[in-house]
Ligand binder design. Structure first.
Ligand SMILES: NC(=O)c1ccc[n+]([C@@H]2O[C@H](COP(=O)([O-])OP(=O)(O)OC[C@H]3O[C@@H](n4cnc5c(N)ncnc54)[C@H](OP(=O)(O)O)[C@@H]3O)[C@@H](O)[C@H]2O)c1
Length: 374
Protein backbone atom coordinates (compact mmCIF):
# COMPACT_ATOMS: atom_id res chain seq x y z
CA UNK A 1 0.00 0.00 0.00
CA UNK A 2 1.25 3.47 -0.87
CA UNK A 3 0.30 5.86 1.91
CA UNK A 4 -0.95 9.37 1.14
CA UNK A 5 -1.62 11.58 4.17
CA UNK A 6 -4.21 14.24 3.30
CA UNK A 7 -4.38 16.93 6.00
CA UNK A 8 -7.81 18.55 5.70
CA UNK A 9 -8.88 15.37 3.91
CA UNK A 10 -12.60 15.78 4.68
CA UNK A 11 -12.65 19.53 3.91
CA UNK A 12 -14.34 20.79 0.72
CA UNK A 13 -11.31 20.32 -1.53
CA UNK A 14 -9.59 17.61 0.53
CA UNK A 15 -12.68 15.40 0.06
CA UNK A 16 -12.69 16.12 -3.69
CA UNK A 17 -9.04 15.02 -3.78
CA UNK A 18 -9.92 11.82 -1.95
CA UNK A 19 -12.66 11.12 -4.52
CA UNK A 20 -10.30 11.81 -7.47
CA UNK A 21 -7.86 9.23 -6.06
CA UNK A 22 -10.44 6.75 -4.76
CA UNK A 23 -10.19 4.56 -7.89
CA UNK A 24 -6.54 3.61 -7.16
CA UNK A 25 -6.48 0.23 -5.34
CA UNK A 26 -2.80 0.51 -4.42
CA UNK A 27 -3.36 3.70 -2.40
CA UNK A 28 -4.08 4.07 1.29
CA UNK A 29 -5.59 7.55 1.70
CA UNK A 30 -5.23 8.74 5.29
CA UNK A 31 -8.00 11.29 5.78
CA UNK A 32 -6.76 13.61 8.50
CA UNK A 33 -8.30 16.49 10.41
CA UNK A 34 -9.22 17.49 13.92
CA UNK A 35 -12.51 15.54 13.84
CA UNK A 36 -12.08 11.77 13.57
CA UNK A 37 -15.87 11.50 13.24
CA UNK A 38 -15.90 13.63 10.06
CA UNK A 39 -12.94 11.64 8.69
CA UNK A 40 -14.83 8.39 9.42
CA UNK A 41 -17.92 9.68 7.58
CA UNK A 42 -15.88 10.20 4.40
CA UNK A 43 -14.25 6.77 4.84
CA UNK A 44 -17.72 5.20 4.54
CA UNK A 45 -17.86 6.20 0.85
CA UNK A 46 -17.20 3.38 -1.65
CA UNK A 47 -13.59 3.35 -2.90
CA UNK A 48 -11.08 1.00 -4.49
CA UNK A 49 -8.41 2.73 -2.42
CA UNK A 50 -8.17 2.02 1.32
CA UNK A 51 -9.57 4.97 3.27
CA UNK A 52 -8.25 5.45 6.82
CA UNK A 53 -9.57 8.13 9.21
CA UNK A 54 -7.07 9.97 11.39
CA UNK A 55 -7.36 12.56 14.13
CA UNK A 56 -4.61 15.07 13.27
CA UNK A 57 -3.88 18.64 14.38
CA UNK A 58 -1.34 20.26 12.05
CA UNK A 59 -0.22 22.65 14.78
CA UNK A 60 0.73 19.85 17.26
CA UNK A 61 4.09 18.23 16.56
CA UNK A 62 3.52 17.56 12.84
CA UNK A 63 7.09 16.19 12.64
CA UNK A 64 6.36 13.48 15.22
CA UNK A 65 2.98 12.62 13.70
CA UNK A 66 4.36 12.37 10.15
CA UNK A 67 7.48 10.43 11.22
CA UNK A 68 5.26 7.83 12.93
CA UNK A 69 2.96 7.48 9.90
CA UNK A 70 5.76 7.24 7.28
CA UNK A 71 3.59 8.32 4.31
CA UNK A 72 4.93 8.47 0.76
CA UNK A 73 3.20 11.81 0.18
CA UNK A 74 1.86 14.47 2.55
CA UNK A 75 -0.80 16.76 1.10
CA UNK A 76 -1.82 19.87 3.02
CA UNK A 77 -5.38 20.66 1.92
CA UNK A 78 -6.24 22.41 5.19
CA UNK A 79 -5.31 26.09 5.06
CA UNK A 80 -5.95 28.93 5.37
CA UNK A 81 -2.32 29.30 4.28
CA UNK A 82 -2.53 33.07 4.84
CA UNK A 83 -2.60 32.43 8.61
CA UNK A 84 0.19 29.85 9.03
CA UNK A 85 2.11 32.34 11.16
CA UNK A 86 5.79 32.58 12.02
CA UNK A 87 6.80 29.00 11.19
CA UNK A 88 4.64 28.36 8.12
CA UNK A 89 6.64 25.44 6.66
CA UNK A 90 6.62 23.00 9.60
CA UNK A 91 4.49 20.48 7.67
CA UNK A 92 6.54 20.42 4.43
CA UNK A 93 9.76 20.33 6.46
CA UNK A 94 8.45 17.42 8.52
CA UNK A 95 7.36 15.62 5.34
CA UNK A 96 10.76 16.01 3.66
CA UNK A 97 12.65 14.99 6.82
CA UNK A 98 10.48 11.85 7.00
CA UNK A 99 11.38 11.06 3.36
CA UNK A 100 7.92 11.97 1.98
CA UNK A 101 6.96 14.10 -0.98
CA UNK A 102 4.91 17.21 -0.12
CA UNK A 103 2.06 18.92 -1.99
CA UNK A 104 -0.38 21.62 -0.97
CA UNK A 105 -3.36 23.56 -2.28
CA UNK A 106 -2.01 26.91 -1.08
CA UNK A 107 -3.30 30.12 -2.57
CA UNK A 108 -1.35 32.61 -0.42
CA UNK A 109 1.27 34.29 -2.68
CA UNK A 110 3.99 34.58 -0.03
CA UNK A 111 3.53 31.01 1.19
CA UNK A 112 3.61 29.55 -2.34
CA UNK A 113 6.71 31.51 -3.40
CA UNK A 114 8.47 30.91 -0.06
CA UNK A 115 8.39 27.11 -0.34
CA UNK A 116 11.48 27.46 -2.54
CA UNK A 117 13.38 28.08 0.73
CA UNK A 118 13.10 24.31 1.33
CA UNK A 119 14.84 23.48 -1.95
CA UNK A 120 18.13 22.29 -0.40
CA UNK A 121 16.28 20.07 2.07
CA UNK A 122 14.10 18.65 -0.73
CA UNK A 123 17.09 17.97 -2.97
CA UNK A 124 18.93 16.22 -0.11
CA UNK A 125 15.82 14.14 0.56
CA UNK A 126 15.37 13.44 -3.17
CA UNK A 127 11.70 14.47 -2.84
CA UNK A 128 9.43 17.14 -4.34
CA UNK A 129 7.76 19.88 -2.28
CA UNK A 130 5.28 21.64 -4.56
CA UNK A 131 3.13 24.48 -3.28
CA UNK A 132 -0.04 25.72 -4.98
CA UNK A 133 -0.94 22.42 -6.67
CA UNK A 134 -4.41 23.79 -7.32
CA UNK A 135 -6.35 26.13 -9.65
CA UNK A 136 -3.81 28.87 -8.98
CA UNK A 137 -1.01 28.80 -9.89
CA UNK A 138 -0.86 25.24 -11.34
CA UNK A 139 -3.83 25.38 -13.74
CA UNK A 140 -3.65 29.14 -14.40
CA UNK A 141 -0.04 28.98 -15.67
CA UNK A 142 -0.63 25.75 -17.61
CA UNK A 143 -3.38 27.71 -19.40
CA UNK A 144 -1.17 30.80 -19.86
CA UNK A 145 1.51 28.65 -21.50
CA UNK A 146 -0.97 27.49 -24.17
CA UNK A 147 -1.71 31.16 -25.00
CA UNK A 148 1.92 32.30 -25.17
CA UNK A 149 2.67 31.07 -28.75
CA UNK A 150 -0.03 33.46 -30.09
CA UNK A 151 2.02 36.44 -28.93
CA UNK A 152 5.58 37.58 -29.63
CA UNK A 153 5.62 39.52 -26.35
CA UNK A 154 3.26 39.53 -23.35
CA UNK A 155 2.23 42.88 -21.86
CA UNK A 156 -0.76 42.01 -19.69
CA UNK A 157 -1.84 38.99 -17.60
CA UNK A 158 -5.43 38.89 -16.32
CA UNK A 159 -7.29 35.97 -14.82
CA UNK A 160 -10.38 35.09 -12.91
CA UNK A 161 -12.44 32.31 -11.37
CA UNK A 162 -16.22 32.32 -11.09
CA UNK A 163 -17.49 29.37 -9.06
CA UNK A 164 -21.00 28.01 -9.41
CA UNK A 165 -23.40 29.50 -6.82
CA UNK A 166 -24.06 25.91 -5.69
CA UNK A 167 -20.38 25.22 -4.92
CA UNK A 168 -20.24 25.22 -1.13
CA UNK A 169 -17.38 27.28 0.23
CA UNK A 170 -15.22 25.94 3.07
CA UNK A 171 -14.27 27.91 6.16
CA UNK A 172 -10.59 27.98 5.10
CA UNK A 173 -11.45 29.71 1.80
CA UNK A 174 -13.67 32.21 3.59
CA UNK A 175 -10.88 32.97 6.10
CA UNK A 176 -8.45 33.39 3.19
CA UNK A 177 -10.75 35.88 1.40
CA UNK A 178 -11.50 37.67 4.67
CA UNK A 179 -7.76 38.12 5.30
CA UNK A 180 -7.36 40.48 2.31
CA UNK A 181 -10.87 41.90 1.78
CA UNK A 182 -10.60 45.70 1.78
CA UNK A 183 -6.80 45.50 2.15
CA UNK A 184 -4.25 46.73 -0.43
CA UNK A 185 -3.00 44.11 -2.89
CA UNK A 186 -0.03 44.65 -5.18
CA UNK A 187 -0.95 44.64 -8.89
CA UNK A 188 0.37 46.28 -12.07
CA UNK A 189 -1.75 48.89 -13.85
CA UNK A 190 -0.91 51.33 -16.70
CA UNK A 191 2.65 50.04 -16.75
CA UNK A 192 3.33 50.68 -13.06
CA UNK A 193 3.26 48.50 -9.92
CA UNK A 194 0.54 49.86 -7.64
CA UNK A 195 -1.96 48.79 -4.99
CA UNK A 196 -5.67 48.14 -5.35
CA UNK A 197 -8.16 46.93 -2.77
CA UNK A 198 -9.17 43.29 -2.30
CA UNK A 199 -12.79 42.42 -3.23
CA UNK A 200 -13.35 46.09 -4.23
CA UNK A 201 -11.34 46.67 -7.42
CA UNK A 202 -13.44 45.13 -10.24
CA UNK A 203 -13.54 44.22 -13.92
CA UNK A 204 -15.97 42.36 -16.20
CA UNK A 205 -15.37 39.28 -18.34
CA UNK A 206 -17.63 36.90 -20.23
CA UNK A 207 -16.30 33.34 -20.03
CA UNK A 208 -17.07 31.91 -23.48
CA UNK A 209 -15.53 29.85 -26.27
CA UNK A 210 -16.56 28.12 -29.50
CA UNK A 211 -20.02 26.65 -29.34
CA UNK A 212 -20.19 26.54 -25.51
CA UNK A 213 -23.13 28.26 -23.85
CA UNK A 214 -21.33 31.36 -22.44
CA UNK A 215 -21.25 31.99 -18.72
CA UNK A 216 -22.36 35.59 -19.38
CA UNK A 217 -20.77 38.87 -18.38
CA UNK A 218 -19.71 38.60 -14.73
CA UNK A 219 -18.10 41.08 -12.35
CA UNK A 220 -14.74 39.90 -11.01
CA UNK A 221 -13.29 41.42 -7.82
CA UNK A 222 -9.58 41.52 -7.03
CA UNK A 223 -8.21 38.57 -5.02
CA UNK A 224 -4.67 37.97 -3.71
CA UNK A 225 -3.33 34.90 -5.50
CA UNK A 226 0.18 33.57 -6.29
CA UNK A 227 -0.20 34.63 -9.94
CA UNK A 228 0.20 38.27 -8.82
CA UNK A 229 3.79 37.41 -7.78
CA UNK A 230 4.76 34.67 -10.20
CA UNK A 231 3.57 36.29 -13.45
CA UNK A 232 6.14 39.07 -12.89
CA UNK A 233 8.93 36.46 -13.12
CA UNK A 234 7.44 34.55 -16.05
CA UNK A 235 6.50 37.62 -18.11
CA UNK A 236 9.00 40.35 -17.15
CA UNK A 237 8.00 43.88 -18.11
CA UNK A 238 4.24 43.34 -17.65
CA UNK A 239 2.20 46.53 -18.04
CA UNK A 240 -0.87 45.12 -16.32
CA UNK A 241 -1.39 42.24 -13.88
CA UNK A 242 -4.71 41.44 -12.22
CA UNK A 243 -6.65 38.41 -10.91
CA UNK A 244 -10.22 38.28 -9.68
CA UNK A 245 -13.04 36.13 -8.39
CA UNK A 246 -16.70 36.38 -9.32
CA UNK A 247 -18.59 34.62 -6.55
CA UNK A 248 -22.22 33.94 -7.44
CA UNK A 249 -24.98 34.98 -7.00
CA UNK A 250 -24.08 38.61 -7.61
CA UNK A 251 -26.10 39.66 -4.53
CA UNK A 252 -23.71 37.71 -2.28
CA UNK A 253 -20.74 39.11 -4.20
CA UNK A 254 -22.05 42.67 -3.71
CA UNK A 255 -22.52 42.01 0.03
CA UNK A 256 -18.88 40.86 0.20
CA UNK A 257 -17.73 44.00 -1.62
CA UNK A 258 -19.79 46.14 0.78
CA UNK A 259 -18.11 44.41 3.76
CA UNK A 260 -14.69 44.91 2.15
CA UNK A 261 -15.49 48.64 1.97
CA UNK A 262 -15.92 48.68 5.77
CA UNK A 263 -12.28 47.54 6.05
CA UNK A 264 -11.15 49.91 3.27
CA UNK A 265 -12.78 52.83 5.16
CA UNK A 266 -11.17 51.61 8.42
CA UNK A 267 -14.58 51.10 10.04
CA UNK A 268 -13.51 47.48 10.67
CA UNK A 269 -9.92 46.26 11.16
CA UNK A 270 -10.51 43.02 9.23
CA UNK A 271 -13.25 40.61 8.12
CA UNK A 272 -11.42 37.61 9.63
CA UNK A 273 -13.45 37.63 12.90
CA UNK A 274 -16.62 37.42 10.75
CA UNK A 275 -15.50 34.38 8.73
CA UNK A 276 -17.53 31.90 10.81
CA UNK A 277 -20.68 34.00 10.28
CA UNK A 278 -19.95 34.40 6.57
CA UNK A 279 -19.74 30.60 6.01
CA UNK A 280 -23.46 29.80 6.63
CA UNK A 281 -24.51 33.01 4.84
CA UNK A 282 -22.51 31.95 1.77
CA UNK A 283 -23.98 28.44 1.78
CA UNK A 284 -27.55 29.82 1.81
CA UNK A 285 -26.88 32.05 -1.21
CA UNK A 286 -27.09 29.24 -3.72
CA UNK A 287 -29.51 30.22 -6.45
CA UNK A 288 -28.76 30.51 -10.16
CA UNK A 289 -27.32 28.18 -12.81
CA UNK A 290 -25.12 25.37 -11.51
CA UNK A 291 -22.07 26.13 -13.65
CA UNK A 292 -18.82 27.97 -13.13
CA UNK A 293 -15.73 28.97 -15.02
CA UNK A 294 -12.23 30.35 -15.16
CA UNK A 295 -10.25 32.45 -17.63
CA UNK A 296 -6.72 33.63 -18.31
CA UNK A 297 -6.19 36.47 -20.79
CA UNK A 298 -2.88 37.66 -22.19
CA UNK A 299 -2.37 40.69 -24.40
CA UNK A 300 0.76 41.97 -26.08
CA UNK A 301 2.26 42.19 -29.54
CA UNK A 302 1.55 39.47 -32.06
CA UNK A 303 4.14 38.11 -34.45
CA UNK A 304 3.32 40.90 -36.94
CA UNK A 305 4.03 43.54 -34.25
CA UNK A 306 0.35 44.45 -33.78
CA UNK A 307 -1.46 44.70 -30.43
CA UNK A 308 -3.41 41.50 -29.83
CA UNK A 309 -5.11 39.59 -27.04
CA UNK A 310 -6.09 35.99 -26.50
CA UNK A 311 -7.91 34.26 -23.69
CA UNK A 312 -8.33 30.72 -22.38
CA UNK A 313 -11.78 30.08 -21.01
CA UNK A 314 -13.07 27.09 -19.04
CA UNK A 315 -16.67 26.18 -18.24
CA UNK A 316 -17.50 23.55 -15.63
CA UNK A 317 -21.05 22.23 -15.71
CA UNK A 318 -23.08 20.98 -12.76
CA UNK A 319 -21.09 19.95 -9.71
CA UNK A 320 -17.79 19.46 -11.56
CA UNK A 321 -16.20 22.88 -10.85
CA UNK A 322 -15.37 22.28 -7.18
CA UNK A 323 -13.18 19.31 -8.23
CA UNK A 324 -10.85 21.60 -10.21
CA UNK A 325 -8.74 22.88 -7.25
CA UNK A 326 -7.99 19.25 -6.33
CA UNK A 327 -7.03 18.03 -9.82
CA UNK A 328 -3.37 19.20 -9.80
CA UNK A 329 -2.54 17.32 -6.57
CA UNK A 330 -4.40 14.25 -7.89
CA UNK A 331 -2.53 14.45 -11.21
CA UNK A 332 0.86 14.68 -9.46
CA UNK A 333 0.05 11.72 -7.19
CA UNK A 334 -1.17 9.64 -10.16
CA UNK A 335 2.09 10.52 -11.91
CA UNK A 336 4.03 9.11 -8.95
CA UNK A 337 2.06 5.88 -9.29
CA UNK A 338 3.21 5.49 -12.88
CA UNK A 339 6.84 6.06 -11.87
CA UNK A 340 6.99 9.54 -13.44
CA UNK A 341 7.76 11.47 -10.27
CA UNK A 342 8.42 15.17 -10.88
CA UNK A 343 12.05 16.19 -10.27
CA UNK A 344 13.09 16.57 -6.62
CA UNK A 345 13.17 20.10 -5.23
CA UNK A 346 10.92 22.65 -3.55
CA UNK A 347 9.06 25.10 -5.77
CA UNK A 348 5.73 26.74 -6.58
CA UNK A 349 3.40 24.63 -8.75
CA UNK A 350 3.21 27.00 -11.72
CA UNK A 351 5.38 24.79 -13.94
CA UNK A 352 4.36 21.43 -12.48
CA UNK A 353 1.69 20.44 -15.02
CA UNK A 354 0.52 21.10 -18.58
CA UNK A 355 -3.10 21.30 -19.72
CA UNK A 356 -2.74 17.78 -21.13
CA UNK A 357 -2.30 16.51 -17.56
CA UNK A 358 -5.73 17.97 -16.68
CA UNK A 359 -7.47 16.52 -19.73
CA UNK A 360 -8.31 13.02 -18.39
CA UNK A 361 -9.90 14.64 -15.33
CA UNK A 362 -11.76 17.24 -17.42
CA UNK A 363 -13.11 14.48 -19.66
CA UNK A 364 -14.41 12.41 -16.77
CA UNK A 365 -16.06 15.52 -15.30
CA UNK A 366 -18.20 17.97 -17.28
CA UNK A 367 -15.42 20.46 -17.95
CA UNK A 368 -14.64 22.04 -21.32
CA UNK A 369 -12.25 24.80 -22.32
CA UNK A 370 -11.20 26.75 -25.36
CA UNK A 371 -9.06 29.60 -26.64
CA UNK A 372 -10.62 32.79 -28.01
CA UNK A 373 -8.77 35.67 -29.72
CA UNK A 374 -9.98 39.15 -28.70
N1 LIG B 1 -4.73 27.53 -4.79
C1 LIG B 1 -5.99 27.43 -5.18
O1 LIG B 1 -6.32 27.59 -6.36
C2 LIG B 1 -7.03 27.04 -4.19
C3 LIG B 1 -8.34 26.79 -4.63
C4 LIG B 1 -9.28 26.41 -3.70
C5 LIG B 1 -8.93 26.28 -2.34
N2 LIG B 1 -7.65 26.56 -1.96
C6 LIG B 1 -7.26 26.45 -0.56
O2 LIG B 1 -7.55 25.16 -0.09
C7 LIG B 1 -7.71 25.23 1.33
C8 LIG B 1 -8.86 24.33 1.77
O3 LIG B 1 -10.10 24.91 1.36
P1 LIG B 1 -11.48 24.20 1.72
O4 LIG B 1 -12.57 24.98 1.07
O5 LIG B 1 -11.38 22.74 1.41
O6 LIG B 1 -11.52 24.44 3.28
P2 LIG B 1 -12.37 23.66 4.37
O7 LIG B 1 -13.59 23.04 3.77
O8 LIG B 1 -12.53 24.62 5.50
O9 LIG B 1 -11.42 22.47 4.78
C9 LIG B 1 -10.32 22.62 5.62
C10 LIG B 1 -10.00 21.26 6.21
O10 LIG B 1 -8.81 21.37 7.00
C11 LIG B 1 -9.07 20.86 8.30
N3 LIG B 1 -8.26 21.62 9.24
C12 LIG B 1 -8.38 22.93 9.52
N4 LIG B 1 -7.47 23.28 10.44
C13 LIG B 1 -6.77 22.17 10.73
C14 LIG B 1 -5.70 21.88 11.63
N5 LIG B 1 -5.16 22.84 12.40
N6 LIG B 1 -5.21 20.62 11.69
C15 LIG B 1 -5.74 19.66 10.89
N7 LIG B 1 -6.75 19.86 10.03
C16 LIG B 1 -7.27 21.10 9.97
C17 LIG B 1 -10.57 21.06 8.51
O11 LIG B 1 -11.12 20.15 9.45
P3 LIG B 1 -11.21 20.49 11.02
O12 LIG B 1 -11.52 21.95 11.15
O13 LIG B 1 -12.32 19.60 11.50
O14 LIG B 1 -9.88 20.11 11.58
C18 LIG B 1 -11.08 20.72 7.10
O15 LIG B 1 -11.15 19.33 6.93
C19 LIG B 1 -7.90 26.71 1.66
O16 LIG B 1 -6.74 27.21 2.29
C20 LIG B 1 -8.09 27.35 0.33
O17 LIG B 1 -7.67 28.69 0.31
C21 LIG B 1 -6.71 26.92 -2.87
Amino acid sequence: MRKILIIGGYGRFGARLVRLLADEPELELIIAGRSKQKAQALCAEPAAATLTPLSFERGHDPAGQIARLQPEVVVDAAGPFQTYGKAPYTVPEAALRAGAHYLDLADAPGFVAGVAGLNTLALEAGRMAISGASSVPALSFAAARTLKPALASVETYTGGISPSPHARVGLSVIKAIASYAGRPISIIRDGKPCEAFGLIDSMYHNIRFDDADPLGLRRFSLVDVPDLLLARQIFPGLKALWFGAAPQPELGHSALTAMAWLVRLKLLPSLVPFARLMEPAASHMNWGEQRGGMFIRLTGLDHAGKHAGVSWNLIAEGDSGPSIPSIPAAALIKRLLTGEAPAPGARPAHKALELADFEPFFQSLSIRHGIVPD
